[in-house]
Design a protein around this ligand. Sequence first.
Ligand code: SF4
Length: 378
Amino acid sequence: MAGIYIHIPFCASRCSYCDFYSTLQLHEAGAPYVEALLAEAGLRCGELRGEPVVTLYMGGGTPSQLQLPLLSRLIRGLREVIDLSHVEEFTIEANPDDVTPHWCETIKSLGINRVSMGVQSFEDDILKMIGRRHDALQVIDAVKCLQDYGIDNISIDLIYGLPGQTVESWTRSVEQAIALRPRHLSAYGLTYEEGTRLWHQRERGEVVEVPEDQCLMMYSILVDRLFSAGYEHYEISNFAMPGYHSRHNSSYWQDIPYLGLGAAAHSYDGRVRRSNPCDLRRYMSTVMAGKTACEVEQLTQWERYDERVMLGLRTSRGVDAERLREDFGDEAWRHFIREAQRHIDAGNLSRIGEKQYVLTSKGIMLSDSVMRDLMWEE
Ligand code: SF4
């Protein structure tokens, strides 16, 4: 089985913390970009090697900014090139202020059955400060609108450690999110990515970073509250009601191949990683000339081992040591077992059955250093 990721690199405005590849040129470039995506799908569908496509994910940027006729053209065009009859999970990312009854009706008619909404916070002053276009009330309205159209599989993204956030205000945001009963919730700690507006604000002393101990407290409140509300903590940053784990994102963590279409999209076939240029014009002119635009990176055995360990440890399934031995040999297996034992003794890892290693709650808080020890290359 396989997945397809489609990158829609357009945003109506830039959020101050974001370093994802996106542009503000939707009006000029939207229609030719969709044609380029369809051309690329035709050029690269062979990379799926006949595997049934079970997940489709449109991320960005802001896919909900794409005009609805273009979205329809894209999905209908894709169906002509790639067999999408096996797709079980079809996600689109959306900004709350783009969710209207007409949008819900259209995406439903196109077969989209999951919406991942960038909410980030329920605190209006913080939303304004980080350049989000919506307020908390619009989030509540958007969720209700989706539910009215029968789209219940909703995921909400939150960020903790935002400047000005306190443990109390974060707790209120988490509670408001839970009150909406989204099927899925992702929460990430803020990172100040170099070159972003927020990074410059911090450099100039205009915003103050939330101390690390408070960020850890925010994370632990998140974990506790979601657990009490019946969510499964199935990946370090991801929580879901039973039966609603993100199948698409899970395939990234489980080494399942995926094809990434669009500017800045990545693909992986189990051995080779391909990445498209973060340059809209170059991407479009290359694929419209009938050539693929991606750079190819052949992963070494040890890079694949490191990815397997790092991605596995992020999840509640953990790392299967026997599979590690089958795929990477005795030397890698011995290294893993030796380092894993140290962390079991320290209470950072636990073993489920004979061969499955998972982070404990203590280990999750120290995940970076545990992963570093278990990986092959520093
Ligand atoms: S966070 Fe999302 S909406 Fe904001 S600039 Fe980044 S991609 Fe665009």
